[in-house]
Design a protein around this ligand. Sequence first.
Ligand code: HEM
Ligand SMILES: *[C@@H]1O[C@H](CO)[C@@H](O)[C@H](O)[C@H]1NC(C)=O
Ligand SMILES: *[C@@H]1O[C@H](CO)[C@@H](O)[C@H](O)[C@H]1NC(C)=O
Ligand SMILES: *[C@@H]1O[C@H](CO)[C@@H](O)[C@H](O)[C@H]1NC(C)=O
Ligand SMILES: *[C@@H]1O[C@H](CO)[C@@H](O)[C@H](O)[C@H]1NC(C)=O
Length: 507
Amino acid sequence: MLIRTAVYDGVLLTNALFVLALSAVAVFLYNYLLRPAFPAGAPKVIRENYPVLGAIDFFRKRRELFDSGKSQTSTGNFSFYVGKLNVIGLTSEQGRQVFFENRALSFSEGYAVLFGQNAKPPKLEFSEGESKFSQHFGKRLIQLVKRENIYRNLPNLISDVRAKLQPFADANSGIMEPFDIIYKIVFQLTMRTVGCNDFADDPVLLEKTLALFEYIDKSATSTGILFPWLPTPARIKRDFAGARLYMMFRKVAEERKKLGKRDNDALQFLLDEGDTIGQIMVFVVGALFAGLLNTGINAAAICMYLATNSEWMAKARGEVESVAARHRKDANAPLAETLAALPDSAWEEEFPVVEMCLRESIRLQTRGTAFRRNNTGRDIPVGKEIIPNGAFVTYHIDEVHMNPNIYPEPDYWDPSRYLPERAEDQKVHWAYLGWGVGRHPCLGMRFAQLEVRIVTAFFLAMFDFELVDENGNLTSRLPKIDRNGTSAGKPDEPVFLKYKVRDQMAY
Ligand code: HEM
Ligand SMILES: *[C@@H]1O[C@H](CO)[C@@H](O)[C@H](O)[C@H]1NC(C)=O
Ligand SMILES: *[C@@H]1O[C@H](CO)[C@@H](O)[C@H](O)[C@H]1NC(C)=O
Ligand SMILES: *[C@@H]1O[C@H](CO)[C@@H](O)[C@H](O)[C@H]1NC(C)=O
Ligand SMILES: *[C@@H]1O[C@H](CO)[C@@H](O)[C@H](O)[C@H]1NC(C)=O
C-alpha cells in the first residue's frame, strides 16, 4: 500500500513537472515574445529588466529600483516591465503633478492589477477615467463614512474599543502586542462601519471574517501579478475565501429577510439601496482593503512611537486629559467615562496632538508606490515624454516622505515637523502624500482619524506603557522599516508594550 502510494506519487510528480515545464515555455512565449514594446517617446527603459519576468526588483527591492531608475535617465522618468506589463516610473515635482492630477490616468485600473487583486489587466475601455464599478464603490463609501453616519455609530465604536481593552485593565499589568490587539480593534470598527453588526458583535464570526480577509489579502503575490492565468495556491485560497465570505453575508441577509428583521448598519443600507449580495461582499472587501491595513498599522504604531518618546507621550496624554476636563460634567467621573460621553465636536476638533502623531506615523509607515494606468486610448504627454496607452504608472512615495531635504533625518518619528514654525510638509508642492492629493484624496480620512483618536485616547487614559523586547526588558529600539516594502504592514519582528493600568479614578 505504502509502495503503491509512493509509485503513484512519483507518477503524479512527473506529470506535475512536465506540466510545469510546459508552463514555463508558455510563460516565456507569452511574456517575452509577445510583450508590447515601449513606443518611441516613452521614457528610457532601465537596465534592471530581465527577460520574461521584467524588473523583479519591483517586488523585492522596490525602493532600490526607483532610486536606480531615476539615476539612469536625464528626465528622471523611466520605463520597465513587470511580467508583460509596461510600467512607467515618474519622479520629480512635475512627475508627481502629472501622476496625481492627470485625469487620463485611472486609479482603479492601476491598483486592480499592480496591487495584485485582479491580476488580469482589464481590457482597455478607453473610458477616460474610472470604471462604473469604481464609481459605484466610491459613491457607496462616501455615503457610509459621511460625518452623520460615523457619529451616529460613535457609541458603538467607543464600546467596542473599551470592551477590547478591558481584559488588559482587569489583568492590571502585563505585556501586549499592539500590532495584534489594536489591529483587531480597528478591524472590528471597520466591520461595524462598512460591514454588518452581526459580524462586529460576535467574536467568533469576527475572527472568521478577519481570517478570510487575510487570506484574500495574502493572495496578492508577485506570482499572481506575473502569471495572471496560473491557478496558484494563493489564488485558489482567495477564491475559496471569497466564496465563504459571500455565503456568510448571504446568510445574514436572508435571515433578516425571513424574520423581517432590520438593523441600523451598512449591510442594511446597501440592501435597501438594492445592491446584490455579490456587490455587497465586493464592496466590504474593497473597503477593508482601502481602510484596514493603513488604519490598523498606524493606530498601533502611534502607541509604539509614544512609548519611546516621553515628550510626545506627555503632550498626548495632556491633550486627552484636558479635553476630558473641558467636558467633564461630574467632577468624580473617571477619565474613561468622561471620554465616552464627549460630544462629536470634541472628537472632530480637539485632538490636534494625536493628529500630528498620526500624520507622522503615516509618513513613515506608508511604503512603496501609488498606481495608475493610462486607459484613455491617447498617449499622455508628460513634458516631452509620453505614457503609452495601456501602460501602468507608478510614483514612489519615499521620494518626498523620506527626502532629507524636506524632512531632515527622515527615519525619525517626530511630530514637531508639523508645528507651524517648522511646517516641513509645506516645503515643496505636495511634500506630504499620506492622505493622497489631487484627484484621489482618501475617502475614508475622517473615519480613519476618528478611529485613531478613540483608540489612542482610551489607550492613554487607561494605561501607562513602555516599549520592551521579547524578554520584557525595556528598550528604545524601534523595529526597522524595510523601505523596499510594497505597502504598510506589521513590523517583521513583534513589538511588545509593557503596560500597567492607571489609577482607578483615572480610568
Ligand atoms: C490611516 C488610514 C488611511 C490612510 C493613511 C489612507 C491613505 C490613502 C491614500 C494615500 C490614498 C490615495 C492613494 C493614491 O493616490 O494612489 C487613499 C485613497 C483612498 N482611501 Fe484611504 N487611507 C486610510 C484610511 C482609509 C479608510 C478607513 C477608508 C475607508 C473605509 C479609506 C478609503 C479610501 C478610498 C476609497 C480611496 C480611493 C479614493 C479614490 O478612488 O479617489 N481609506 N487613502
Ligand atoms: C495612452 O494610450 C494611448 C493609446 O496608445 C496613447 O495614444 C496615449 O498617448 C496614451 N496616453 C499617454 C498619456 O501616454
Ligand atoms: C518627467 O517627465 C516630465 C516630462 O518630460 C518632465 O516635466 C519631468 O521633469 C520629468 N521628470 C524629471 C525628473 O525630469
Ligand atoms: C533581559 O531579560 C532576561 C530574562 O529576564 C535577562 O536574563 C537578561 O539579563 C536581560 N537582559 C538585559 C540586557 O537586561
Ligand atoms: C533595499 O534592499 C537592498 C537589498 O536588499 C538594500 O541593499 C537596500 O539598502 C534597501 N534599500 C533601502 C532604502 O532600504
